[in-house]
Design a protein around this ligand. Structure first.
Ligand code: GCB
Length: 508
């Protein structure tokens, strides 16, 4: 990819950066023939300081993108047939070890931005609650010799404080807490001053809320919370994974219509536009790294771990200030049985906790009770397809197995459990009575009965249907039209019967 641009007027004495919101998979970047660097992995932002390489006019920005699928990349692809990695043995083309199309390229905006010569580097905002009061804790990474002035406004509050240090707290009496259904946000403004002059300013919406795991309960603002929602994909006809803001707005409208309060960013971090709206609309988000389809054969393992460490850092860095984000998911369906997986995830878990000790950390598993990483992870997340991939067509046989399995997990680990995937492929317009696989009736019944069954277990704290919409995937014998058809909406966002059924249940 290449493009030319002129330096905007007035930017001569500033630090100018070029920022890529997502390039999948490996990006190498040049400006005016000067190599700026590279970034590995899609769905997370990166930037380069380009002041030194800029000219006033006709700057040439060049990006080379390498989207090859390889076993030592994350997510992996072209994995040699290996007993440790079941997906590699199925026929999937292109050969990703995951079930979605490996769209590559520049998928989100590329922006130039300019900041003051010495600027605020970073800020971390966390919140606590005591009775009806809330506290907003602000941690600043800023140039020395400056003073920070912090102001919090909204919901009748107008609070201010100044510090020469790095940290301060603002106490908000009678705080308007953030929650689904009441996504109250305050406006936080941070100004940096030197000799009484403001030289940098940053604004951030802040939601006051807490999230905790206590025993086998998940508590939002100290009260049990239940997640109703979906896994989803950034996927749309024609544009693939390229950002389309209208689709984001549409998807939120559909999720609100159906009564969802939550989603997981399956299987990679979603766009920043999506995350901003989650704060504003009041959705609880499980934010997932791009680590899907991990396998633990020795070859390439250290490298995959290094890449995953980078993803955890970059994800927490990007999304830590979103009140909507209530949990980090380190990976989806790692092939975790080999013992090598345990130290691998222990390292990632410790890293995530060291970066953010305010949110629960999990992985989303298809191993279940034998997944030893659940010993230290905070929440049990399970993907299950009894009645679909196994006991096909026999919901009656599948449901007792599901209950037996989640009971065993609870018995062993005593932690809250979310059924993070369940669903059935469905051809829109195909009907059957009695319900049979691929009919709209089967999907609606499958979803309803699964929900009613798991809700009999008090340790279950959430249900995420797979998937919000049908989505493009690789070619495979079980993927007609190269689509995964488990959407309760079609790929062009029309409801199937199951969407109406969910709306009944979730609005009950
Ligand atoms: C899963 C995966 C998801 C797939 C889904 C399916 O367990 O996490 O990526 O798309 O199953 O439909 O097979």
């Amino acid at each position: 990819y290449q493009t030319r641009f002129d330096l905007p007027w007035g930017w001569e004495n500033k630090q100018v950066f070029v920022r890529f919101a997502s390039v999948n998979y490996l990006a190498e970047v040049w400006l005016n023939g000067v190599y700026l660097g590279q970034h590995e992995g899609g769905h997370l932002p990166f930037q380069f300081l380009i002041s030194g390489a800029l000219q006033p006019e006709g700057n040439l920005l060049v990006v080379r993108v390498d989207g090859a699928l390889a076993p030592d990349r994350v997510p992996p692809g072209n994995v040699p047939a290996d007993p440790l990695h079941s997906f590699a043995n199925s026929v999937n083309y292109p050969p990703g070890s995951f079930d979605f199309f490996p769209f590559c390229g520049i998928q989100r905006p590329v922006l130039l931005y300019a900041v003051a010569p010495a600027a605020l580097e970073d800020m971390t905002v966390t919140t606590t609650i005591q009775g009806s009061a809330g506290s907003v804790h602000v941690l600043l990474d800023r140039p020395s010799g400056s003073t920070a002035r912090v102001r919090l406004q909204g919901h009748g509050a107008d609070l201010a404080a100044e510090t020469g240090g790095d940290a301060l707290a603002l106490d908000v009496p009678d705080a308007a807490l953030w929650a689904p259904g009441a996504p109250n946000l305050y406006d936080l403004t941070v100004e940096l001053l030197r000799d009484g002059q403001v030289f940098d300013r940053y604004c951030l919406p802040v939601g006051i809320r807490t999230i905790q795991v206590v025993g086998d309960a998940l508590l939002l603002n100290g009260q049990p919370v239940y997640l109703k929602g979906f896994g989803r994909h950034e996927d749309f006809p024609v544009t693939g994974r390229g950002l389309v803001e209208a689709v984001i707005v549409k998807d939120y409208a559909l999720m609100e219509w159906v009564g969802a309060n939550s989603f997981r960013t399956t299987h990679y971090p979603y766009s920043e536009q999506m995350m901003d709206l989650a704060d504003r609309l009041g959705f609880l988000v499980i934010a997932e790294t791009p680590a899907v389809g991990l396998f633990f054969a020795e070859s390439g393992l250290r490298r995959r771990l290094q890449v995953c460490r980078g993803y955890v850092r970059e994800l927490v860095d990007r999304d830590k200030n979103h009140p909507s984000v209530v949990m980090w998911s380190l990976a989806n369906e790692p092939h975790s049985r080999p013992l090598a997986a345990v130290p691998f995830f222990r390292e990632l878990y410790d890293l995530a906790k060291s970066l953010d000790d305010t949110r629960p950390v999990t992985i989303v598993s298809h191993i279940g009770v034998d997944d030893l990483s659940f010993e230290f992870l905070d929440v049990l997340c399970l993907n299950r397809y009894y009645g679909w991939y196994t006991q096909s067509g026999r919901i009656d046989e599948g449901l007792p197995l599901l209950l037996e399995e989640i009971d065993a997990m609870h018995e062993k680990f005593h932690k809250p459990l979310i059924l993070t995937e369940f669903g059935a492929d469905t051809l829109p317009g195909h009907h059957a009575q009695p319900p049979e696989m691929f009919s709209e009736e089967f999907q609606a019944e499958f979803i309803e009965r699964t929900i009613r069954a798991i809700r009999t277990r008090p340790f279950v704290v959430g249900e995420h249907v797979w998937n919000l919409c049908d989505f493009k995937t690789g070619q495979a014998v079980h993927r007609a039209q190269s689509l995964n058809l488990k959407g309760v909406f079609t790929r062009d966002r029309r409801p199937k019967l199951a969407a109406h059924k969910l709306r009944e249940i979730w609005k009950e």
